[in-house]
Design a protein around this ligand. Structure first.
Ligand code: NAD
Length: 494
């Protein structure tokens, strides 16, 4: 029997005011997992009011105390890791090995943000005047609206919510409608560690009915968004009109460069993991291999072998290596790109179609796919496919490889496989992405380094790492004059 889940507003568990619900489905089996509130602007408004009401007391709670709460939360997540990972696999589809990693990222982020509670450093600096003190400090902004995608249903919300709360903001969270249960779990966990009512609120529902009203709501000061470029740029435009701070994490078209001196077997394993892990539905997924012509055929052969050997199925089952796509729309989108690729002249050397067979027919499974003959300007080399599809582009030199890598609308992650230190450092300098890997695939970011990308991937912000508080704080400069005189800066000392 499927369970009824509720919104979490002002510390209360409540249904949508309309009484309507939507069904959360398991993409591997088609089974119904639960009913969630199909909320609207009035539910969102109630949550924003609850968050605003809680702001003052939360800001006045000492930052180390806010940090301790996150520390306790991290310990609780660690304790419930397996239960949470299973729930994430059920609703999102990726295999347990990966959802365990997704949940672990939440633990890491909780501890990282908790530690910030005893740092939250500002700057002191000498004043240009005698008997005057000068400093600058971070202050919270107010209410943060969080809108996220479904592919990292636990980790991505934590990158935003934990730093926002640590900094002294309150939060209204709209989880993806594809993975609402992980948002519900997060609220349960916060309730269990005793976060004060209203500091964290969850409103379930879709983009137009909850996400967009959140962007427009005058009580929301910051919007932190992870999702597609199309939605993100729309939010940024509206945010600019309303004078709000908007932080965007959007798509990727990540490339792995493989030079002719590389360890080809290592590169093949990294490409297979980067392209087919999470069924290719990572913002950092490897979707292009930019390979030196001398090792092209060998690499294609190895990656094809790995693609064809992958065991597909329900991610909860032992031995399964790749789960389904998240929904019918994704299946249609990825299938559509096969036609686009064929029309452009790309050649399918592995996969290329919906997967069928025992255990696969009720889910949204797609075969791990390898495309060759891909030219840099083709749509399959420029647009985010967001499925288990990798295209090979042949190049003649490092210079050409770097130029091909940089020539897409996105700039999240890139990588180079080479044994040549000069080539590695050239790539580190010239690859125009927010994340660069050497002898490692395009996925695998760690929480204590800044995360984000250039061009169409973002709008200049970086999540996590030492930059994690930037989107969620303002700088306040404070001058204290103890001279007992009116001291005029730039005038009296010149
Ligand atoms: P999406 O843009 O369709 O949806 C993202 C979120 O926005 C969802 O919660 C959705 O309900 C909401 N939304 C949709 N329309 C809205 C509107 N008009 N106003 C406000 N909110 C709205 O993206 P998706 O399909 O959920 O996720 C896939 C995308 O996310 C890919 O492009 C992927 O690269 C990107 N992604 C990026 C990162 C990163 O950190 N760079 C991480 C994960 C995913």
């Amino acid at each position: 029997m499927s369970q009824n889940f509720l919104n979490y507003i002002g510390g209360q568990w409540i249904p949508a005011r309309s009484g309507r619900t939507f069904t959360n489905l398991n993409p591997a089996t088609g089974a119904a997992l639960g009913e969630f509130p199909e909320s609207g602007p009035d539910d969102l408004d109630a949550a924003v009011r609850a968050a605003r009401a809680a702001t003052r007391a939360w800001q006045l709670t000492p930052a180390p105390k806010r940090g301790e709460l996150l520390y306790r939360l991290g310990a609780l997540i660690a304790q419930k890791k397996e239960e949470l990972a299973r729930a994430a696999t059920r609703e999102m589809g990726k295999i347990l090995l990966e959802t365990r990693g997704d949940v672990q990222e939440g633990v890491d982020m909780a501890y990282l943000a908790a530690g910030e509670g005893r740092r939250l450093y500002g700057f002191t600096t000498p004043s240009e005047m005698p008997n005057k003190w000068a400093m600058s400090l971070r202050v919270p902004i107010g209410v943060v609206g969080v809108i996220t995608a479904w592919n990292f249903p636990f980790a991505v919300p934590t990158w935003k919510i934990f730093p926002a709360l640590l900094a002294g903001n309150t939060v209204v969270f709209k989880p993806s409608e594809e993975t609402p249960e992980m948002g519900w779990h997060l609220a349960k966990l916060f309730e269990e560690v005793g976060l004060p009512a209203g500091v964290f609120n969850v409103v379930h529902g879709n983009g137009p009915n909850v996400g967009w009203p959140m962007v427009q709501h005058p009580g929301v000061d910051v919007v932190s968004f992870t999702g597609s470029n199309a939605v993100g740029t729309k939010i940024a435009t509206e945010g600019a009109r309303l004078g709000k701070r908007v932080s965007l994490e959007m798509g990727g078209k990540n490339g792995v460069i493989v030079m002719d001196d590389a360890d080809i077997s290592l590169a093949a394993n990294a490409v297979a993991w980067g392209a087919f892990g999470t069924t290719g539905q990572r913002c950092t997924a490897t979707s292009r291999v930019i390979v030196h012509e001398r090792v092209h055929d060998e690499l294609v052969k190895l990656v094809t072998q790995r693609a064809q050997a992958l065991k597909l199925g329900d991610g909860l089952l032992e031995g399964v290596e790749m789960g389904p796509l998240v929904n019918a729309r994704q299946l249609e989108r990825v299938s559509g790109y096969m036609k686009v690729g064929a029309a452009e002249g790309a050649k399918v050397v592995a996969g290329g179609a919906r997967a069928s067979g025992e255990g696969l027919n009720s889910g949204f499974f797609f075969q791990p796919t390898v495309l060759t003959n891909v030219q840099p300007g083709m749509r399959v080399a420029q647009e985010e496919i967001f499925g288990p599809v990798v295209g090979f582009v042949k190049v003649k030199s490092l210079e050409e490889a770097i130029a091909v890598n940089n020539d897409t609308p996105f700039g999240l992650s890139s990588s180079i496989f080479t044994a040549n230190v000069n080539a590695a450092f050239t790539a580190m300098r010239d690859l125009a992405t927010g994340i660069v890997y050497v002898n490692h695939g395009t996925t695998g970011a760690e929480t204590h380094l800044p995360f984000g990308g250039t061009r169409g991937t973002g709008n200049g912000h970086r999540e996590a790492g030492h930059t994690m508080l930037d989107a969620f704080t303002e700088w306040k400069s404070v001058y204290v004059d103890f001279s007992g005189k009116v001291q005029r800066a730039q005038i009296d000392n010149n």
